[in-house]
Design a protein around this ligand. Structure first.
Ligand code: HPA
Length: 274
């Protein structure tokens, strides 16, 4: 099976480097790439060298799997992820998650850049994802891979209450304010029209983005514990045609980068909590 060939390759590299097998994978979304440089004793495996992995093309995203220690904890980090809007299939977008599950990984921590739908949110805010609304194709459509999980997976508590509690406690200790809210995922690559932002607000979403939910659904199907956080990079309520504001991918990357330090510090603490 392809998943096992990919898993075996990564496991062999970890063993050859004398590294401890991690239980946690961090998916470094927009702006969180810097966390990669904090990983000690780091083994960097280019996606291109891992059998059956795709390479990632989006701006602000590299394509390496990093293995090492963050503080005292062994971790693996995806430096760059695959987006549906790049033209990958949902199976390709979520492929690494199943490889990680086969390797024995226990939890995934995900970050992303998102637009604020909640009018109280400001650019630079961090939002712990409490739940999601999926407007992307479901990655589990097709024959069920029962090796990983059931045909009809439960989605009652997708985002681990335990890890959310840890995040809030660590943030309070750091003097960092966190939002908690619902993330709505859409395919992109277009940003929302003002009417779409309004619709998402009416539906109960707090932030909107183009990633995360596919990986999260597959991770839950595999029984992995999930934690997710969004960096708010733009505010939807500015977006009426009279304001002259336009959404721009470079602004999103820049704002995500500006939040990188606080996000990195928080992730460091969450990883340490195991
Ligand atoms: N919409 C969708 N995806 C995004 C946005 C947004 O406003 N900002 C950053 N990613």
């Amino acid at each position: 099976m392809n998943y096992d060939e990919s898993a075996k390759h990564i496991l062999q590299k970890i063993a050859a480097a004398g590294l401890e097998m991690p239980e946690t994978v961090v998916i470094l979304g927009s702006g969180l790439g810097k966390l990669g440089s904090s990983i000690d004793g780091c083994l960097s495996l280019p996606y291109a060298e891992i059998p059956h992995f795709k390479t990632s093309t989006a701006i602000g995203h590299k394509g390496n799997l990093l293995v090492g220690r963050l503080g005292n904890t062994a971790i693996m980090a995806m430096q760059g992820r695959f987006h549906y809007y790049e033209g990958y299939t949902m199976q390709e977008v979520t492929y690494p998650i199943r490889v990680f599950a086969r390797m024995g990984i226990k939890r995934i921590l995900v970050s992303n850049a998102a637009g604020a739908v909640n009018p109280d949110y400001r650019v630079g805010d961090l939002m712990v994802i409490t739940d999601h609304i999926n407007f992307m194709p479901n990655p589990l459509i097709g024959p069920n891979e029962s090796l990983f999980g059931p045909r009809f997976p439960d989605m009652t508590e997708v985002y681990s209450r335990r890890l959310r509690t840890v995040a809030l406690a660590e943030a309070a200790r750091m003097g960092l304010t966190l939002r908690e809210g619902v993330y709505v995922a859409e395919t992109g690559p277009t940003y929302e029209t003002p009417a779409e932002y309004r619709m998402f607000r009416m539906l109960g979403a707090d932030a909107v983005g183009m990633s995360t939910v596919p990986e999260v659904i597959v991770a839950r199907h595999c029984g992995l514990e999930v934690f997710g956080i969004s960096v708010i990079t733009n505010q939807a309520h500015d977006l009426d045609s009279a304001s002259g504001f336009v959404n721009d991918g470079d602004d999103v990357v820049r704002e995500a980068d500006r939040a990188a330090d606080k996000m990195t510090n928080l992730f460091r603490k969450i990883v340490a909590a195991g």
